[in-house]
Ligand binder design. Structure first.
Ligand SMILES: Cc1ncc(COP(=O)(O)O)c(C=O)c1O
Length: 373
């Protein structure tokens, strides 16, 4: 069996997500039914029922790839490979380009596959660690410069970032690209929370558009709120990387689910409607958290992010996040995501892309009032 560490975050969700009554930590936006999705496009319901349940193209349905390419300014539909969620492209890309002994850099804390998959291949993984400046999470470009060297093969990024919500500015993005270009390093950016910037001025280009050795991963799961489709993709202008991914995909999933590919196309052709709806939910939830954290500023500290549906909250009363999350779950049936699943003590992750937040935050407050005040 491949030697890979258990995925702490996904283990946590597997164990508790479906039994907790309340949750304030999800990273996906509010989902919808197939019926609601099909209503977004005239004729889509009939077409869905006529979807052919044969194998589809390994690279992904050409019509879906055209719909995905509309998200990008430079990447063409032939430069996209559709995959199962975002997890599969992280796995395939890493196995496509890395060999044992290669050196890579990853923003830490991170969504664990960005670190554990390269480690399982035998790579040396260096962490570009988050810093907190006045309570605000930041990744300092000079820190990255210290880590980069002639052996660096890939810089793994996640922008907007899970779990901190941090997003690079355009200037920071350019600085990363220039640094990578100097050494011929591939920049792999997990962009699953892209297009959910809280204001348009925070948006930055996709790395696959901005850099010839840039690889972007996107997915239907997060900003679009459709994780049940299990449709994601990898986009890059670098053809050799795509070719290697295609060879590996024939060993993992061969092709995608035909009904899901069709439904993802409907969603993407109506993506502005879906994004507006989801951003509306985020904008409604953020003031609830702002009020909550202001009220309990002696217990928690957070920085409202510029983008995405998640943030990382510092516990000021204790640093045993795993114990705290366990008690909140046991006593109030509220799920929070402890920093321990990221190897980052004293923090927990919150989410604000779901409709349930007002009620579920109240349940969390009951716990706080009964135990911490
Ligand atoms: C940063 C990041 N990348 C990838 C994924 C995996 O996405 P999917 O469930 O669509 O495979 C997640 C899910 O939480 C994530 O947060």
């Amino acid at each position: 069996m491949m030697k890979i560490k258990p995925f702490k975050l996904e283990r946590y969700y597997t164990l508790y997500e479906h039994s907790a009554k309340y949750s304030i930590c999800n990273s996906d936006c509010e989902a919808m039914t197939i019926k609601e999705l099909l209503r977004l496009e005239k004729g889509a319901e009939e077409e869905f029922h006529n979807t052919w349940l044969g194998y589809t193209e390994t690279q992904g349905n050409p019509s879906l790839r055209r719909d995905i390419s509309a998200i990008y300014s430079e990447v063409l539909s032939k430069q996209i490979t559709v995959c199962t969620g975002a997890q599969e492209p992280i796995f395939l890309f890493s196995h496509a380009v890395l060999n044992s002994g290669d050196e890579v850099i990853v923003q830490t804390p991170c969504y664990q596959s960005l670190q554990s998959v390269p480690e399982s291949i035998g790579c040396k993984v260096l962490g570009w660690n988050v810093r907190y400046e006045g309570g605000r999470p930041t990744f300092v470009i000079d820190d990255l410069k210290e880590l980069v060297n002639s052996k660096t093969k890939v810089i793994y990024l996640n922008a907007p970032h899970n779990p901190t919500g941090f997003l690079f500015t355009k200037e920071e993005q350019q600085a990363i690209i220039e640094l990578a270009r100097t050494y011929g390093i591939i920049v792999f950016c997990d962009e699953v929370y892209r297009e959910l910037e809280h204001s348009p001025e925070f948006a930055i280009p996709a790395f696959a558009d901005a850099y010839e050795y840039g690889v972007s991963v996107g997915v239907m799961s997060k900003s679009y709120g459709l994780p049940g489709l299990r449709i994601g993709w990898v986009a890059t202008q670098n053809q050799p990387i795509l070719d290697k991914i295609a060879i590996l995909k024939e060993y993992t999933t061969i092709c995608n689910s035909a009904p899901s590919e069709f439904l993802a196309g409907v969603a993407l052709r109506n993506r502005q409607v879906i994004l507006d709806r989801n951003l509306g939910i985020v904008q409604k939830n953020l003031p609830l958290y702002e009020a909550f954290f202001k009220k309990y500023s002696n217990l928690f500290s957070w920085h409202k992010p510029n983008a995405g549906p998640i943030a990382f909250v510092k516990m000021l009363f204790d640093d045993d996040d795993m114990g705290f999350a366990g008690r909140v779950l046991k006593e109030q049936s509220v799920l929070i995501l402890p920093g321990g699943v990221y190897g980052h003590k004293g923090y927990f992750r919150i989410g604000f892309g779901r409709k349930n937040i007002a009620e579920d935050l109240k349940q969390f407050e009951h716990f706080v009032l009964a135990n911490l005040v």
